[in-house]
Design a protein around this ligand. Structure first.
Ligand SMILES: Nc1ncnc2c1ncn2[C@@H]1O[C@H](COP(=O)(O)OP(=O)(O)OP(=O)(O)O)[C@@H](O)[C@H]1O
Length: 259
């Protein structure tokens, strides 16, 4: 007990700051990887650590030597395993908010037009993939199709995705509230756990959002269902009301905000 009091007595304010910073970093890391495959990998590493300690206690020298060598390069292993998550975290530094420079009315209009377009396309069984950039720039992750730079309107979105439109294949990209590109090809997910029933349109939406914080909306040509994908997670079968609610939450329009 005295030992604890001695330690507490000798704590300086730098130590408290140190502990608070480390706690904050750990908290942010947990938030970042929560619900992703990184959690399973972290559990795998924890099991290896337990076996390592057990091998030392149990005197299993060869196993201990093997794990000792593996764990001595653990920093490299962590960087390789979590490269996507680390990249995502670092890219948050370069902020590029979706609605920068738009008034609240304009923000709401963009969401209304998106929802209207998705409902029209869903009813007509027109397949669509719409990517909305948030803080992380998408330049490095897409194969650019056709530059557009137009106001987001349901008519324009619907006509882009009509099957005979020359740019209906691929994704439309919305940046800072404007429709910037169409016909973009996105990286497909490599996640083996994704349902076999999901085709490449859905896989592209999942693949891109695993790498960046963008929001992807998918309208299925086959089923007419609307899905939203964020952080590699797909929420299916949204109606107009729930799509609008989710988009508002993810894109955060603020009443009485800018302008
Ligand atoms: N890498 C990609 N990036 C962007 N769009 C893609 C990509 N791969 C395929 N697509 C789009 O998906 C369309 C094919 O969709 P597919 O039927 O394979 O997927 P799906 O997920 O089953 O969608 P749906 O339910 O609409 O049929 C292509 O015509 C193309 O427009």
């Amino acid at each position: 007990m005295d030992g604890i009091f001695d330690v507490l007595k000798n704590i300086r304010w730098h130590d408290l700051l140190d502990i608070a910073l480390v706690a904050f970093i750990i908290y942010r890391i947990i938030l970042l990887i929560k619900g992703t495959r990184a959690v399973q990998m972290l559990l795998g590493l924890a099991v290896i650590l337990i076996v390592y300690v057990a091998s030392q206690v149990g005197g299993l020298r060869t196993l201990h030597w093997l794990l000792d060598n593996f764990l001595s390069s653990i920093i490299l292993v962590i960087i390789v395993i979590f490269q996507h998550d680390i990249r995502r975290a670092l890219m948050h530094v370069g902020r590029n908010p979706f609605f920068a420079g738009l008034s609240y009315r304009e923000e709401t209009e963009v969401i209304d037009e998106l929802v209207k377009a998705c409902v029209i396309m869903a009813n007509r069984r027109i397949g669509a993939l719409i990517v909305i950039e948030r803080e992380t720039g998408l330049k490095d992750f897409l194969e650019v199709g056709t530059e557009i730079d137009a106001r987001v309107s349901s008519d324009l979105l619907t006509s882009i995705f009509l099957p005979y439109s020359p740019i209906h294949d691929g994704a439309v990209v919305i940046q800072q509230g404007r429709l910037k590109q169409a016909g973009c090809f996105l990286p497909l997910t490599q996640n083996p756990d994704i349902s076999k029933n999901l085709g490449t349109r859905h896989r592209a939406a999942i693949g891109l959002t695993e790498l960046v914080d963008a929001v992807a909306i998918v309208v299925s040509e086959e089923t007419g269902k609307i899905s939203i994908v964020v952080g590699g997670r797909l929420t299916r079968d949204l109606d107009a009301t729930s799509l609008k609610r989710v988009l508002k939450r993810l894109l955060e329009p603020r009443p009485g905000g800018r302008k």
